[in-house]
Design a protein. Structure first.
Length: 256
């Protein structure tokens, strides 16, 4: 294979049989179960990196069922998103979410999510099930139960407009790619948006959330003090590609 052929083919690993196809990635009937809870604000500040700033004392714990996604297939994901604000170089203040942790059961979106955007994805076994009148979410890391979430099934419909506005906000994460000597070669704050969102329905109801300690699945680092709200909704969307807004390896990196 010629050098120019390598350059033309290379977009993901392995070179000759990539773990995932080229974007865009579209999701159909993507089901969200999101439980917002209060935790210790000092713990939030300890895990959220500058130049992001923590807003309040809440965390969104998410279970997401993806039965039909282009390139990534059929899988389930779960994790924690922290409300933050980001100030751009022009002085614009953006509110969004910092993606703190993600656990899922499918190799392609783990590889693609980490390599393209920098999503903090790890292999585990999340599950959403409908048990009579209850939505149940669980996360096992290996054989160990790390999360149990329950929510009343479609107790009340939600107004779609505020939810659509919330989904239009950006999300942030840190993309880290090591050099061959083990030092960081890329360490960047990345911003992305969900695009072409079509909400198909949204509901709320009573909810409960339990997080259990685990050495390699540290969701309990941000403990539950009080459940604030819960939502269950279904949407079609496109996962927008990211943009670098801060480079941690450049001391004078501007915020974009």
């Amino acid at each position: 294979m010629k050098i120019q052929d390598v350059r033309a083919k290379a977009f993901a690993m392995p070179l000759n049989n990539p773990a995932y196809p080229r974007p865009p990635y579209k999701f159909y009937n993507r089901e969200f179960v999101v439980i917002n809870y209060r935790t210790d604000p000092e713990l939030l500040r300890a895990v959220v990196p500058e130049p992001l700033e923590v807003i309040g004392d809440t965390v969104a714990y998410e279970f997401i069922r993806m039965p039909d996604s282009t390139g990534f297939g059929d899988y389930t994901e779960t994790g924690q998103v922290i409300p933050v604000r980001f100030t751009t170089a022009s002085g614009e203040v953006q509110e969004g979410g910092y993606v703190h942790a993600m656990y899922l059961d499918d190799n392609a979106p783990i590889a693609g999510g980490r390599e393209i955007w920098g999503f903090p994805k790890k292999l585990a076994s999340p599950k959403i099930s409908h048990e009579q009148e209850t939505l149940v979410g669980t996360l096992h890391y290996g054989s160990v139960l790390c999360v149990t979430a329950t929510m009343g099934y479609k107790h009340r419909e939600l107004d779609l407009a505020p939810l659509a506005k919330a989904m239009a906000k950006p999300a942030f994460m840190i993309k880290i790619i090591p050099h061959v000597d083990g030092s960081p070669r890329i360490c960047e704050l990345v911003r992305y948006y969900m695009e072409d969102v079509t909400l198909k329905g949204a509901w709320t109801g009573p909810a409960a959330l339990q997080l259990f300690e685990h050495a390699m699945c540290d969701v309990a680092r941000l403990p539950v003090h009080e459940v604030v709200s819960a939502s269950h909704y279904v949407a079609d969307l496109t996962l927008g590609l990211g943009e670098v807004v801060f480079d941690y390896l450049k001391a004078d990196s501007p915020a974009n």
